[in-house]
Design a protein around this ligand. Structure first.
Ligand SMILES: *Cc1c(COP(=O)(O)O)cnc(C)c1O
Length: 376
């Protein structure tokens, strides 16, 4: 096998560390969210690390993701939450995966699948408390709860959870947070009045889990913070979370360019004086955001080097100044920050996005490698 020219290095001990820190900080049961291939870290290794660190639950968007966890041998509680019409609920029920219903139409699909699965479903109900995305709107909630209670009485399922999701938890002072939490408490009362006694009531994602104790209920659903990234930059206290992913490549070429030389497509940067540039052999085809052109930095030879000109499909150019750096030198796009390298948060700011998008989209021709010092 050829040597990897570009690697995504995932440090599993850091995921375990982060999950433990979050469990201690929140004091409730933990659902580690491993959707979208574990936010780019690899769903199965991330899930194993989370379980090792005591995550009682794993959260995924799709039933396929949940079944992937089962195929990899995971036997713990798993919740999937984003069905589409015609979803294979029978496969999820057979695999002991908790499924989520947003509507009476979805309840009917789950009920039809129960027969095929030959066992009752574990069903969670999602209420829309103000995100206006998935979940039952408040004016449909009583009907959904009534149908769900009837299905439970028939033996079609057990309602194992009632939950919702915040819109603005990364802005702790935003008034939507109070409004959503109040709406959630009301929705829980409606469920109780209908006789539902779910195992878990949950509302908080990473930002709320850390910043809003009143929203923790029985369980928190932590995605981004499990990977060591800050869910609410500027608001989060320092808990010692450590970014688990690094993206590194080797310089393909190093050369001198004269004063005035235009760099990369469109010549959006010109060298003010003669300088040395390095070619980093990754680009937007590998998930490096083109929006970070002329803004991001890369660590080479112990120093942060500015990206000059546009990020291309397969490569980008960094300014090495007059330093003596050779082709083949290690270029760290982002990592833990421990060695002075930028973080995914830095890249997010350079590209006008959030760290979630940086780590989830990085991929392409990067080869993922896991570092695991064994159980600590
Ligand atoms: C992705 C997701 C989460 C995790 O959010 P983070 O901000 O990454 O902690 C939690 N709940 C739901 C419903 C999600 O879609």
């Amino acid at each position: 096998m050829s040597r990897a020219r570009a690697e995504i290095v995932v440090e599993l001990p850091l995921i375990r560390h982060n999950v433990r820190v979050l469990r201690e900080h929140t004091g409730v049961e933990m659902m580690t969210v491993v959707k979208a291939d574990g936010y780019g870290h690899g769903m199965v290794p991330a899930a194993r690390a989370a379980r090792d660190a005591g995550a009682a639950w794993l959260g995924v968007a799709t039933i396929d993701e949940a079944l992937g966890l089962r195929e990899a041998g995971d036997t713990g509680r798993v919740l999937s939450w984003l069905g589409v019409p015609g979803e294979d609920y029978a496969a999820a029920i057979s695999a002991d995966v908790d499924v989520t219903a947003y509507s009476v139409a979805e309840l009917r699909e789950v009920a039809a699948a129960v027969g095929a699965a030959g066992r009752p479903a574990r069903l969670q109900l999602k209420v829309d408390t103000g995100l206006s995305r998935g979940g039952a709107p408040l004016d449909a909630w009583e009907d959904l709860v009534a149908e769900a209670a009837a299905g439970q009485a028939r033996g079609d399922w057990t309602v194992t959870g009632i939950w919702s999701h915040f819109a603005c938890s990364d802005e702790p002072e935003h008034p939507a947070n109070d409004a959503q939490e109040a709406a959630f408490r009301h929705a829980l009362e409606v469920g109780e009045r209908a006789g539902l006694r779910p195992e878990v009531r949950h509302l908080a994602n990473s930002a709320a889990a850390i910043l809003r104790p009143s929203s923790r209920f029985d369980l928190v659903r932590c995605g981004i913070a499990s990977y060591g990234l800050d869910p609410a930059p500027g608001h989060t206290p320092d808990l010692g979370l450590l970014p688990a992913m690094s993206a590194v490549a080797e310089l393909a070429m190093v050369k001198r360019i004269p004063a005035g030389a235009g760099v990369s497509y469109g010549h959006t940067w010109h060298a003010p004086h003669a300088t040395t540039v390095g070619v980093v052999p990754v680009g937007y085809g590998d998930g490096v955001p083109r929006h970070a052109s002329n803004h991001a930095e890369v660590l080479v030879g112990g120093r942060r080097r500015p990206v000059r000109g546009r990020v291309c499909m397969d490569q980008l150019v960094v300014d090495l100044d007059d330093d003596d750096v050779a082709a083949g030198a290690r270029a760290t796009l982002f990592g833990t920050g421990r060695l002075g390298e930028p973080t995914a948060q830095d890249w997010a700011e350079a590209a006008g996005t959030i760290s979630y998008e940086i780590v989830t989209r990085i991929g392409g021709r990067f080869v993922r490698r896991y570092v695991d010092e064994g159980q600590e």
